[in-house]
Every structure is written in structure tokens, then in C-alpha cells.
Design a protein around this ligand. Structure first.
Ligand code: PMP
Ligand code: GLN
Length: 383
């Protein structure tokens, strides 16, 4: 048989699938893969049933169910004072993952360079490499996950087509500051590149941190593709409904590629989220309080155990340091933890290509029921 495609040599099973399978086969408590292990609000599933019963069961238009696009347009206008036309500038995708891939497919030619901050969400590098693009990494390092300005400047060149940002940031819980976004903006404009801004955790920020959509930064709206997803916000990650917001000509390019990737997205789920997003203001305070309670619970447990960690400003992840906990690297530590304590975390070194810093951290997901978190905390104290 002839060889399969050569980019496959670069890929492995995702760390999320691997660690969830280990949790299943060993019976360990799973604080690894990022999904809630409890039901999302019941109004969401009621709207899905309503959508099915009202006959929203055939292909949606390829750019998305229009009332969902209109609900998004209203949200961006009211919350962020950003204008996106539902007809031409908002497209619905099969989760953020497909939005990222379709956008990269629409923009990147083989040999184009793409600036990616590490640790990165795993689909970025895979999607860029599937298109023959060349990732250029900038490390978020130290205990605060800051980047070095010189390293950022060096990552850019005349070949830079695109920069991928993620704020609030998975896995670190960092929220990029306006100063950091300003530095990135200056280089993006200097090198005439595009920005993909993955904002799937836009509604999960804590303490006094607030999310700034990257397209709000002066000079970036015309070159930014904002990507987000309903999965995190409503706690229904399995429904896979996401969206891309971008100026008309970029949206048209994304729509062309999407026609041949998924064509369109599950219609009743789009119907349901169109209703949910219309009511989002009533829902968000309760959602944020729920997740903040879980964040504080895990931080307190880590404090009691004497573990150091980065206090997450957003997302539902905590990066805990192995300094003073174990001399093992992250992967060996995670395996040892499953064996000795029956708890699954994510070893983050797979999210780095350039630096070794991932070996000294583990990622803990707190999007779990209080019972699951308590059980993991009890077990951790045995380690
Ligand atoms: N981006 C980030 C940063 C994520 O954490 C995730 C998934 N958790 C995604 C994209 C993918 O989102 P979706 O499930 O909507 O495809
Ligand atoms: N985004 C989720 C995480 O960070 C995982 C999604 C997936 O498994 N692809 O854990």
C-alpha cells in the first residue's frame, strides 16, 4: 500500500483522549480533560427538544442558522460595542476546533509562518502543520506566564501570515493584558498579518480580571478572526457549536472552505443556542459563581497541601507547579499520581515545542462536580 499522508508522522493521540482513557481504565478521578462532569442548565436541553419538535431537523444554511448569528451580533454589540453583521461577518462552526481549522485553511499557504504562544491548545499546531504552515513559537514562561518582548519580535518576519492568540488562556489561566495585546498588535500591523483570537473562555474570568475581545484593540478588528464556542459557556461541550467573527472578505474565505469541511452544523443545537444566547445576561452571574466556587475550592486544597500554582484569572484550569512536590517530570508524575493516588491531571509538556518548562507543571481541570473535586482532593493528600 502507498504511504499515508506525511503530516501524520507529526501527530499522536491527543493528551486529552489519552488521559481520559486512563481515568476510565484505572477508575481514577478525572481532573484532566476539560469538560464538566455534571449536567449543564436544563433550559439548554429543553430548547434542543423544542428545536427538534418544531422541525429544525434538516441542513442549516452553511454559514449558520440566522437567528443564532443575529443573537451573536446583538451580544457583541451590547457587551463589547463591536459591530458584526450577522449576514456576512458571523459564521457558525462545528465547535471552535472546526472554526480554527477552517480559518487556517482559508489563510495559510505552505511555507507561511504562524506565530503561536506556548503552551498552546493542541489543535493550533496540528491545523497549521496540516496546511503546510510553519509554527514560530513564543514561550509564556516563569511563574506568571509572561512572554519576552525580544522573543516575540524575533518570531515575526516578512513570512508571518498569522498569529494565534488565546485569551483567557488554556492551559495557564492567564488573561493577556492590554499592554501585551498592544505589543502584539504593533507587530501584527508592522508585518501585515492576520490574528486568530480563540476566546472560548470569554465568560470565565475571575477576581477583577475582565475579558477584552482582541478585535477591540485599536487597529485589529479588520484583521482579526474571533473564535468562540457555546460548549464552555453552557456546559454542553459535546454539542460542538462554535463561531467565527471576521470582516466580510475574511468571512467569505472561511465560508468557502467550510463548505467542504463540514458544510453545516447540527440544526437543533443551533436553534437551542440561539435561544440561550438571547437570555445570556440572566444566566452568566450564576455560571461564573459556580465556577469561581470550584476554583476557590481547588486553590484552597492546593494551599493546604503546600503546592504552588498560578492563580487562574480565567478558564477552568489551574497550572500547579511540581517544584517542591516531586522531582519527576510532568508525564512521569501524572502516571505516578494515577498509580499512587488515583487522580488524573494533564501533563502539559505536550503543549510546548520550544521550551522545557512544561515538565515542571501539571494542569488541573476544576470543571467538575464538587463531589468529584472533593474526592480528588482527599486522594491527593495520600500522595
Ligand atoms: N480552544 C480552546 C482554548 C479550548 O480549550 C477548546 C476546548 N476545550 C477549544 C478551542 C475547542 O472548542 P470546541 O469544543 O468548541 O471545539
Ligand atoms: N479543550 C479541552 C481541554 O483543554 C479538550 C477538548 C478535546 O479533548 N479536544 O481539555
Amino acid at each position: 500500500m502507498k504511504e499515508k499522508s506525511e503530516y501524520l508522522n507529526k501527530f499522536h493521540e491527543s493528551i486529552f483522549a489519552k488521559m481520559s482513557a486512563l481515568a476510565k481504565s484505572t477508575g481514577a478521578v478525572n481532573l484532566g480533560q476539560g469538560f464538566p462532569d455534571f449536567e449543564g442548565p436544563s433550559f439548554v436541553s429543553k430548547y434542543l427538544i423544542e428545536g427538534v419538535q418544531a422541525g429544525h431537523n434538516q441542513y442549516a444554511p452553511s454559514p449558520g442558522y440566522l437567528p443564532l448569528r443575529s443573537a451573536l451580533s446583538e451580544i457583541y454589540k451590547n457587551r463589547y460595542q463591536l459591530e458584526y453583521c450577522p449576514e456576512t461577518e458571523i459564521s457558525i462552526t462545528t465547535g471552535a476546533t472546526e472554526g480554527i481549522f477552517s480559518t487556517i485553511t482559508a489563510l495559510v499557504n505552505p511555507g507561511d509562518e504562524v506565530v503561536i504562544f506556548e503552551p498552546f491548545y493542541d489543535s493550533y499546531v496540528a491545523s497549521v502543520e496540516m496546511r503546510g504552515g510553519i509554527p514560530k513559537f513564543v514561550s509564556l514562561g516563569g511563574s506568571e506566564f509572561n512572554f519576552d518582548e525580544g522573543e516575540l519580535k524575533n518570531a515575526f518576519s516578512g513570512k508571518t501570515k498569522l498569529v494565534i492568540l488565546n485569551t483567557p488562556h488554556n492551559p495557564t489561566g492567564k488573561v493577556f493584558s492590554d499592554t501585551e495585546l498592544g505589543l502584539i498588535r504593533d507587530l501584527v500591523i508592522k508585518y501585515d498579518s492576520y490574528v486568530i483570537s480563540d476566546e472560548v473562555y470569554e465568560y470565565l474570568t475571575f477576581d477583577d480580571h475582565e475579558h477584552t475581545p482582541v478585535s477591540k484593540i485599536d487597529g485589529l478588528k479588520e484583521r482579526t478572526i474571533v473564535i468562540s464556542s457555546a460548549g464552555k459557556t453552557f456546559g454542553y461541550t459535546g454539542w460542538k457549536v462554535g463561531w467565527c467573527l471576521a470582516p466580510r472578505d475574511i468571512s467569505a474565505a472561511i465560508r468557502l472552505t467550510r463548505q467542504y469541511i463540514t458544510f453545516s452544523v447540527n440544526t437543533p443545537a443551533q436553534y437551542a443556542f440561539s435561544k440561550c444566547l438571547t437570555e445570556i445576561d440572566n444566566y452568566l452571574p450564576e455560571f461564573q459563581k459556580l465556577y469561581d466556587g470550584k476554583r476557590l475550592m481547588v486553590m484552597k486544597a492546593l494551599d493546604d497541601l503546600g503546592w504552588r500554582y498560578f492563580r487562574p484569572r480565567g478558564t477552568y484550569f489551574i497550572m500547579a507547579s511540581l517544584e517542591g512536590v516531586s522531582d519527576l517530570g510532568d508525564v512521569d508524575f501524572c502516571m505516578d499520581l494515577i498509580k499512587k493516588a488515583g487522580v488524573v491531571f494533564i501533563p502539559p509538556s505536550v503543549f510546548y515545542r520550544k521550551s522545557n518548562e512544561g515538565k515542571r507543571w501539571v494542569r488541573i481541570c476544576f470543571a467538575k462536580s464538587d463531589q468529584t473535586l472533593k474526592s480528588a482532593i482527599d486522594k491527593l493528600s495520600l500522595y
